[in-house]
Design a protein around this ligand. Structure first.
Ligand code: 9D3
Length: 249
């Protein structure tokens, strides 16, 4: 996959993109990043990228020219661009794992980031999708862009190894993950559940399924609504509801 990022702070990306799995993905040529500082494309003498809003009011608005010129210089004729152009914005559709899977099917992505200001409305004509990462206020679209890049790139074929496989993601089976333990068997009086030490793989499977259901029921009950439950799941859930009655967490 080829990913263009349009930002006035390209340096913000160097740590995240050149560390760990994203670094390895680039070395293995599974993904290529192009960071474009759209300030370089400002037509004005002082290279300003924003201006005060027509009609008055506080704050600044990102001007259309630097972004249009940068996108056209990097991507060429947009009619021929084979990819999606994304705008990171608090007013966008909230990013989720389904969107990550869809974006991971693209050959190319282009991501436009603003920095604590609105966009001139005409910028939206460039864009295929407007994406938010959630209902909280950040200083810019750069960190949201990195969130999207991270979630998408780990889904590209061959980026994760066997042991990191996205097929074992909790959002893949629709439940939260079951509790996990490693050595030592006892730490500060806290012990590991006996079942996990038993070597009985069928008992371990059942324990994990039940505890994944418990955690989902307690923390994210809405996830259970869309899930197809087996008879065993239903049995576990009624046990869980009994067990959790009168426990205050
Ligand atoms: C309405 C007034 N604007 C500030 C002058 C709103 C505003 C615009 C842009 C507030 C913050 C930002 C910067 N944030 C993003 O660009 C952003 C974002 C976010 O803040 N939260 C969640 N997802 C995203 S995607 C882009």
């Amino acid at each position: 996959m080829e990913i263009h990022v349009f930002t006035i702070f390209p340096d913000m990306f160097t740590g995240p993109l050149n560390t760990s799995i994203l670094k390895r993905a680039q070395e293995q040529q599974k993904v290529k990043f192009h960071l474009v500082d759209f300030r370089c494309y400002s037509p004005s003498k002082h290279k300003n990228v924003d201006d005060s809003p027509f009609g008055g009011g506080v704050g600044m608005v990102l001007k259309p020219e630097p972004i249009y010129y940068a996108v056209e210089a990097a991507l060429g004729d947009l009619h021929d661009y084979k990819g999606k152009i994304l705008l990171m914005s608090p007013q966008g559709k909230q990013f989720d794992q389904k969107m990550a899977r869809e974006l991971a099917q693209e050959e190319r992505l282009a991501i436009i980031c603003g920095h604590y200001e609105g966009f001139d409305e005409r910028i939206r004509f460039l864009v295929d999708e407007e994406i938010s990462i959630g209902d909280y206020v950040l200083t810019g679209g750069e960190i949201p862009a990195m969130v999207v890049i991270d979630a998408v790139c780990r889904l590209l074929p061959g980026v994760l190894g066997e042991s990191e496989s996205p097929l074992t993601d909790s959002f893949y089976n629709g439940l939260l993950e079951y509790p996990q333990y490693t050595r030592p068997r006892e730490f500060r009086g806290m012990t590991v559940p006996e079942t996990l030490l038993s070597g009985n793989h069928e008992e371990i499977r059942k324990w994990r399924r039940k505890e994944a259901l418990r955690r989902t029921w307690l923390r994210r009950p809405e996830l259970l609504k869309t899930l197809v439950l087996s008879d065993e799941d239903k049995k576990f859930l009624s046990q869980i509801m009994q067990e959790e009655k009168g426990i205050n967490n």
